[in-house]
Design a protein around this ligand. Structure first.
Ligand SMILES: NC(=O)C1=CN([C@@H]2O[C@H](COP(=O)(O)OP(=O)(O)OC[C@H]3O[C@@H](n4cnc5c(N)ncnc54)[C@H](O)[C@@H]3O)[C@@H](O)[C@H]2O)C=CC1
Ligand SMILES: CC(C)CC(=O)C(=O)O
Ligand SMILES: [Mg+2]
Length: 355
């Protein structure tokens, strides 16, 4: 049956990297991938066109699609808008409406790129970590939130909150993922000072009892950030809340050489998903043919695997990415001496040729 894929290019480098992902999908369609695609607005471009970062039309299409492929939203032009009009609010709103609570962010070091990492090659060689970030709760969504005047001065506040059921369901995703990997979960929290993450630790520990075959450890987030840089290979599956996962995954991306290498899958309870690179709209390089499209293309691979039931095609896309790296193609963010420096489009050309 033909599946529906909604494309959301968004802002900044979004349309440039999405164009390369679409070329990959078009090629796979010729080889039998049965999808129909439609594009819609989200983020700043949607604000410009409709006044809203997540127009109703986009949300309707997202909720009826089999999968959503998103690039990135935001940019300095929108940073002074009222908060409800900011592009990032559109992103949070679509994640919440789709209930894609499980954000899988694999940080994999491709052999060819171990020299592109800022760490010594032997510290990162063969690294393969899966960061599982809870995506629709925590301080990004907690109420109350705001900026108001109290005692004659402005105060800004947000609420870090997790319910037991929210923690339980993401913990199950972590343990089940670990069972398919190396049976090791490290849960990251800040239970020494934050009540919501004390509950996180308690509930993850309880859920862990249902998975006696999986080794569970706990780590405070500040130490986890340090340990990721000191000895990342001690980790296999890491599970954490929304804000800690956001920060730790950007840090982990540099172990692989660049934030332009990390894809993600955000899944609901039925495996329906939203797929996007972990990076933002990179306004500093937008429109210059400089962006690395590989995180976006690897997000296509995750979409093929998790939402479209096309495991072999997913493997093929990942193998094509590996091949272009082996051939020496490098956008600026992963460039090392001896590489062939290319732009966004030329990297897309190389992936298409490899496919
Ligand atoms: N999922 C999303 O749509 C996200 C949106 N944002 C938004 O993006 C805007 C920019 O945020 P920043 O903090 O600058 O983070 P960013 O991730 O957009 O960029 C950080 C740095 O990484 C580089 N970079 C990012 N992606 C790259 C790629 N594919 N190839 C090569 N280099 C790449 C950028 O050039 C920049 O130097 C903000 O408005 C922010 O709110 C930020 C993160 C995620
Ligand atoms: C709007 C932000 C929460 C986006 C972000 O930084 C991310 O999801 O990684
Ligand atoms: Mg982020």
């Amino acid at each position: 049956m033909t599946k529906k894929v909604l494309l959301l290019p968004g802002d900044g480098i979004g349309p440039e990297i999405m164009a390369q992902a679409v070329r990959v999908l078009d090629l796979l369609k010729k080889d039998g991938l049965k999808i129909e695609t439609e594009s819609a607005l989200i983020g700043g471009c949607a604000v410009d066109a409709t006044g809203k970062p997540l127009p109703e039309e986009t949300l309707k299409l997202a909720l009826t699609a089999d999968a959503v492929l998103l690039a990135s939203v935001g940019g300095p032009k929108y940073d002074t808008l009222p908060r409800e009009q900011r592009p990032e609010r559109g992103l949070l709103a679509i994640r919440k409406a789709m209930n894609v609570f499980a954000n899988l962010r694999p940080a994999i070091v491709y052999e060819e790129l171990s020299g592109a990492s800022t760490l010594k090659p032997d510290v990162v060689a063969n690294l393969d970590i899966l960061i599982i970030r809870e995506l629709v709760g925590d301080i990004y969504f907690g109420e109350p939130r705001g900026i108001e005047v109290r005692n004659g001065e402005r105060v800004g506040f947000n609420t870090m909150i997790y319910s037991e059921s929210e923690i339980r369901r993401i913990a199950h995703v972590a343990f089940q993922s670990a069972r398919k990997r190396n049976k090791k979960v490290c849960s990251v929290d800040k239970m020494n000072v934050l009540e919501s993450t004390q509950l996180w630790r308690d509930v993850v520990t309880e859920v862990g009892k249902e998975y006696p075959d999986v080794e569970l450890s706990h780590m405070l987030v500040d130490n986890a950030a340090m340990q990721l840089i000191r000895n990342p290979k001690q980790f296999d599956v890491m599970v954490t809340g929304n804000i800690f996962g956001d920060i730790l995954s950007d840090a982990a991306s540099m172990l692989t050489g660049s934030i332009g290498m990390l894809p993600s899958a955000s899944l609901d309870e039925n495996g329906k998903g939203l797929y996007e690179p972990i990076h933002g709209s990179a306004p500093d390089i937008a429109g210059k043919n400089l962006a690395n499209p590989l995180a976006q293309i690897l997000s296509v691979a995750m979409m093929l695997r998790f939402s479209l039931g096309e495991e072999a095609m997913a493997d093929r896309v990942e193998a094509a990415v590996k091949k272009v790296l082996a051939q020496g193609y490098r956008t600026g963010d992963i460039f090392t001496e001896g590489g062939k420096r290319v732009g966004t489009v030329e990297m897309g050309d190389a992936v298409i040729a490899a496919l």
